[in-house]
Structures are given as C-alpha cells and as structure tokens.
Ligand binder design. Structure first.
Ligand SMILES: Cc1cc2nc3c(=O)[nH]c(=O)nc-3n(C[C@H](O)[C@H](O)[C@H](O)COP(=O)(O)O)c2cc1C
Length: 388
C-alpha cells in the first residue's frame, strides 16, 4: 500500500487506474502546452520568506469566498466529464468537498446532472455555465440551478470556441468511450474502473441528454456540443445572464486587466484569473503571472480568485499572499478522484490543507487574513515589461 503524501502520489495511482483517454483528457493543455506547463512552473519563481520565533499556536485556514464560510479558500473547479474519471465522480467530489467545508463547482459538461448532485448533498454547490446558442436551453439550465439552490453561478468566458488538444483528437475522446481495438485493449487493463462504471448512475452528459431536443443518446452529442457554444457571447449577454440568475455571479477566465475592468462593470461578485488550466489559448500568460496586474486594476473593488497550476499548499499560499482571496483546483482533485474516488478527493484536500497550514506557520502567519505580499519574495520583473 503506497503512503500518499503529496498530489503527485495521487496522480501516479490515477494514471494506473483510469483509461488512457480520460487521463490524457485531464493531463494535457492545448497545442504546444506552453501555458499548461508555465501555470505550474511559474509558481517556482516566487519564494516564501521564512520567519522564526513567532507564536504559531491557534492557527486556522478558515476564510470566506463570496461571503460564504470555507475551511480553506480552495474551491473545486468545474471539470467536464468528471464522472468518466470515476463512476458517479461529480457526486463523490461534491460529497468530499461538503465534508471538508469547501465549495464544489459543477460543470455544465458534467456526467452527473445538477439534480443528481443536489440530491446527494446538503451544502449548496456552485454551478458553472457555458453559454450556448440555444438560449431556451440556457434559461432552463439557469432555472434548474436555481431549483437546486446553487449558491453561485460561475460563468466561463474563455471557451466560446474550443482550443485544440492533440491527444483528445488522436484518442477519439468520447463519453462513454467509443469501442475501437485500441480503447478496448486499454480498457481491459482498467477492469476496476470498468466494473465501477457499470454501476454508475450515468455514463453521458447528465445536464444535456434528455434536456435538449433531438439529443436522446450520446451518438448525437459530439456534434451537438461542437456546434452549441455561443460564438456571439459578449459583455451585454453576460449582463443579461447575470440579471436572469439574480444571485451571486463569478466570472471565470479573466487573464487581462482590461477584461477585469469589464467584469467589474457588469457587477461580478468575483472574478477567476484563469486560462482554463492551459487548455484554451496556448501562449497566454500563466495565471499567477497575470494576477498582479489584475489585482492592481480591480483588486480593491471585486473579489479576485485564481486557478490554473495549483498542485500544492505552497502554491495556494503564494496566490493568497499575492492578494487573491480564493483559489480553485482542477487536476489536483481529479487525480484524487481517479485514484481513490471520494476518499481520494478528501485525501487531495487534506494534503493541500496540511501543506498550506504548515507553510503559513513557517512564514510566521496564523490566519489567512494575515497573509500579504510581505510573505513573498517576488522577482522585480515577475510581471514582465512588455512593449506598448
Ligand atoms: C479535465 C478538465 C476539464 C475541464 N472542464 C471544464 C469545464 O467544463 N468548465 C470550465 O469552466 N472549466 C473546465 N476546466 C478548467 C477548470 O475549471 C480549471 O480552470 C483548471 O482545471 C485549473 O487548472 P488546474 O487543473 O491546473 O488546477 C477543465 C479542466 C480540466 C483539467
């Protein structure tokens, strides 16, 4: 039995247990994967200042995100196809998040539906919306999220068109997997995943199948999703969706100070500095490098959250100390889920919590609200100086 001490341990088990096409789906970025790589490596350019002889008793990582209490400011990011990484994956991840006391965000492109997750949990979760051309369908989705008592709508703005991931095309990614000789050969080595999947509540997109005319099974789905994202999405439409929702709104996928100002104008409750985990615009800046200029532009007027590249509590500490008031993990919880189901997500959260708590203490800080830039050594040219 492997002793799990870090997120990388979960990733290794995940890689062994889950069919290659779903591992590749999570563990890749678009095109050359430059942005995907730099999301994690750029954290290493920032150093933590070790401080000593500071009373470190009575520590806490408790905080708030959009006015909601959280055990630590780390939410589970929306991840499509989570229910293909592990049977009933969204339900398991949401339960682990609820028990730990952190927010869970359900993707539009989830396997378990909004209703499945609502039924299996008691804490309100957040719903991530992709805007589709079919505005009636979007309105119905918003209504379903209201009925499920979701406490925030996360509108993703960086995927009106899909960035290309080479491996997904080569693997013929689909849910459920298409049975070609190579997928069958691979699935045969993942028998535990397969047996669990036979008992899953669903094996295709639970928020879509049966809710959109003409989509009765997964055969029609690939074509539908490719054509469905709304290329005309603009700030006016974002404002209209916000009005229709009427509750807390988080705008996801902001990487530029000018867009952060627009998000502020439409009245977002929070923005997520994100490049979709390096899955959309390859060649864009890492989130942690983009964070300072966005904080400078809007940081005193709207909550600024960050995702993309977080693999440790030290990464979380760096983002918070730089000025973010919340963070999200995508792959870090997917590794845990694929490795060990609900217990694996809990393990991922425990690992990150311990790393965050211990590192905070070694920086001489006891509480999240004591974190500031004076905890960090940030290179002078970290943000870069760019030609006008
Ligand atoms: C496998 C996978 C699927 C994703 N699906 C969605 C999605 O459906 N909606 C969305 O807004 N973001 C999606 N994302 C992006 C995540 O919400 C988040 O921005 C990203 O995972 C953060 O980077 P990290 O994985 O390095 O933590 C996905 C990310 C991954 C890895």
């Amino acid at each position: 039995m492997t002793v799990i001490t870090c997120i990388d341990d979960l990733k290794r088990i995940y890689e062994r247990r889950v069919p290659r096409m779903f591992f590749d789906y999570a563990e890749s970025g678009s095109w050359t994967e430059q942005t995907f790589r730099e999301n994690t490596s750029d954290f290493e350019d920032i150093y933590l200042r070790q401080r000593v002889a500071v009373d470190m008793s009575g520590r806490s990582t408790a905080s708030q995100m959009i006015g909601q209490d959280v055990a630590m400011p780390v939410a589970l990011a929306p991840v499509g196809l989570t229910g293909m990484q592990c049977a009933d994956g969204e339900i398991k991840a949401a339960r682990a998040a609820e028990k730990f006391g952190v927010p869970f965000t359900l993707s539009t492109m989830s396997i378990n539906s909004i209703e499945d997750v609502a039924e299996a949990t008691t804490a309100p979760f957040w719903f991530q919306l992709y805007t589709m051309r079919d505005t009636d369908y979007v309105s119905r989705l918003i209504q379903r999220a209201k009925d499920a008592k979701c406490s925030a709508l996360v509108i993703t703005l960086d995927l009106q068109i899909l960035g290309q991931r080479h491996k997904d095309l080569k693997n013929g990614l689909s849910a459920p997997p298409k049975l070609t000789p190579s997928t069958i050969a691979n699935l045969m080595t993942k028998w535990r995943w397969g047996i669990e999947m036979l008992g899953a509540k669903r094996r295709n997109f639970g928020n879509i199948v049966g809710h959109v005319d003409g989509i009765s099974d997964s055969k029609d789905l690939g074509a539908w999703t490719a054509e469905s994202f709304d290329p005309t999405l603009d700030w006016d439409k974002v404002a209209k969706i916000k009005e229709e929702w009427g509750g807390k709104v988080i705008l996801k996928g902001i990487l530029d100070a000018e867009d952060a100002k627009m998000a502020l104008k439409v009245g977002a409750d929070a923005i997520i500095v994100s490049n979709h985990g390096g899955r959309q615009l390859d060649g864009a800046m890492s989130s942690i490098r983009a964070l300072p200029s966005i904080l400078e532009a809007v940081g005193d007027q709207v909550e600024v959250h960050l995702d993309s590249g977080i693999r440790s509590g030290q990464d979380i500490l760096k983002a918070l100390a730089m000025g973010a008031s919340g963070t999200y993990i995508g792959r870090a919880f997917v590794y845990g889920l694929g490795a060990m189901g609900e217990a694996g997500v809990t393990k991922a959260l425990e690992v990150l919590h311990k790393e965050l708590d211990t590192s905070m203490a070694l920086c001489g800080r006891r509480r999240i609200d004591e974190l500031g830039r004076d905890v960090l050594l940030i290179p002078e040219d970290f943000e870069g100086r760019w030609q006008a």
